[in-house]
Ligand binder design. Sequence first.
Ligand code: XIL
Length: 374
Amino acid sequence: MIRRMIVLSVLLTATATSAADPEIPSLKRAFEGDFLVGTALNREQILGQEPAVLERVARQFNQVTAENAMKWEKIEPREGEFDWATADALVGFAERQGMQVAGHVLVWHQQTPAWVFEDADGAQASREQLLSRMREHIQAVVGRYKGRVRYWEVVNEALNEDGSLRRTPWLEGIGEDYIEKAFEFAHQADPEAVLYYNDFNLYKPAKRAGAVRLVQGLQEKGVAVGGIGMQAHYGMDHPARLGDFEASIEAFAALGLPVHITEMDISVLPMPGPEAEGADLDVDVEADQRLNPYAGGLPREVEERQASRYAAFFRILLAHRESVARVTFWGVDDGQSWKNNWPVRGRTDYPLLFGRDGQPKDAFYAIVRSSYSK
Ligand code: XIL
């Protein structure tokens, strides 16, 4: 442990090294035996247009998720017409590097083409039509990667903040059983895949309780639910109490299910309002310079506070490593992050572990350091 600390302090002063430099510690090594450490990759990265990024990803991570490429609008933009190119490339990259893939996502109300929910006249599709489209989509996508994509996020964001079911076109068109149907179709397509429910703000007690009710209901019906995904799009002030985050891990583990942290990032920018906590893509706040204070660079003090916050989350994750299957960051570097455009467009955010220059930030080293205490 002392030797590792010395190595680390030497590394901390060696700022000129490149991110793919073997001298830089590796996250997947740091958490070996604890949980997988992953990242989302965007289309350009997956298609190899940023080779240095892929090299870094292979050194740092042992799991990948497509940031968009497996979403319905990308993979089946028109009925029965599939565009596999980017998803195939992601799965191929992961196999060559010995990484796990998490499939994101099968059934969601966002980034799903309008035709899915409409009949030939543009009116609301019938329950039967929706179920048959859902089945065919899931069979095609999960079936294509059978045995190659180990984890599938089957249903995303089905809950409101109060824990009730969100009124989505899936719920309205099919009814409450749309969730179990999605799991059944996925299980039929690949019985070995680990299937789970995914949502944001699951640290909030009411939403946590809703997820527990939902998943318990599935378990009672014998549905093959194999885990719960907590997105973890956080800020410097939310969650306000890390104990809420920990209590959710414990509540989900008590259902006998592993927890996947599926989309972690910690925004350093001001939250325009409570609706901007979480990740509801329908939120779009008007731009305002006061909401974009670090356009010229990230102050050291803020970078350090972010690093301590990341480390605090990781101490909790490590304490629950028996229940935590993986931790995935929602992007490799700050420049790529969706947080630059959500909940306000055109800001400069710094939510990830690597900076725009590809160099590891304080948060990266703080997370690595948190692994020394285990
Ligand atoms: C985001 C992507 O990062 C963006 O590139 C895209 O424009 C919108 O979606 N919750 C999810 C993710 O489950 O799929 C979202 O990803 C972020 C919120």
